[in-house]
Ligand binder design. Sequence first.
Ligand code: GLY
Length: 304
Amino acid sequence: MVPTLIAHAGAAADPDNRDAYRVSLRAALAAGWVRLRGGGSSLDAVQATIEALEDDPLLNAGRGSALTEVGTVECDASIMEGEHLAAGAVGAVSGVPNPIRLARRVMEDGRQVLLVGDGAIAFARQHGVPLCEPGELVTARQRARLAERLAGEPGPGSARRHAGAAAGPGGGTVGAVAIDGRGLVTAGTSTGGAVGKRSGRVGDSALVGCGTYADNRLGGVSTTGHGEAFIRTVLAKTALDILLDLDDPELACQVALDVVREDGRGDGGLVLLDWRGRLGWAHSTPFMPVGWCLPGAPEPILAF
Ligand code: GLY
């Protein structure tokens, strides 16, 4: 099998920061590709790519995550491999610089698929996953975004406000999908979620089938955008089911987004890598940074 890696930096990315996204995505893809190219597993490649993106404060994952309505960081992440359909995920975790690493540890532990909140943090402590002071993940840029969001919305406690926050975009959610030399497909996604979300809200990025899915017989998907719409339409798995019908990764992504628009009432984007190593991606928002690595290409290819 020809190793391949694709990654995205969010369907609500700001086109004014195009150059910074190029630097960030190129470095993250390189971090994953060095593993794949050297014969490593797609699991290691996806984790390394996403960790690099989580470390970039420009992006809505790890440090730099979007803030809840009370100004805290609560991250979601998931990772899945397509041979055994093993998966690990965390939801609403605070003080975790690399939530994808914690999700991977949940997957390897194997007793559960999804851990949330304080239970997930206790698991991280037991399993030696690095933690930090929750405030260390808060950036001035996200504080300003939250202030802007709250200023434009009805006051605290309003039902309309909570509905609006839940429906907000996921910002620069990050994700990656890879296939390695022995045909193992892995997909992963990580996010701080929607700006001004209610504390305790968990989005699609923590949910297998919605934000992330991998199956060696089909391929893998990572999504970014309107989490509630993606949950309603089980977007990642839906895209792979559509691929089964259409046998065209690009078209499958576009049709999946049509489903989200019509049935889920939301927008966003996704990247897809099929079991043969064919790439697809699409977004219904103005801008989504995407890039990939293929054997023979001297460096990551960026599509923006
Ligand atoms: N898609 C990321 C989120 O809605 O949380």
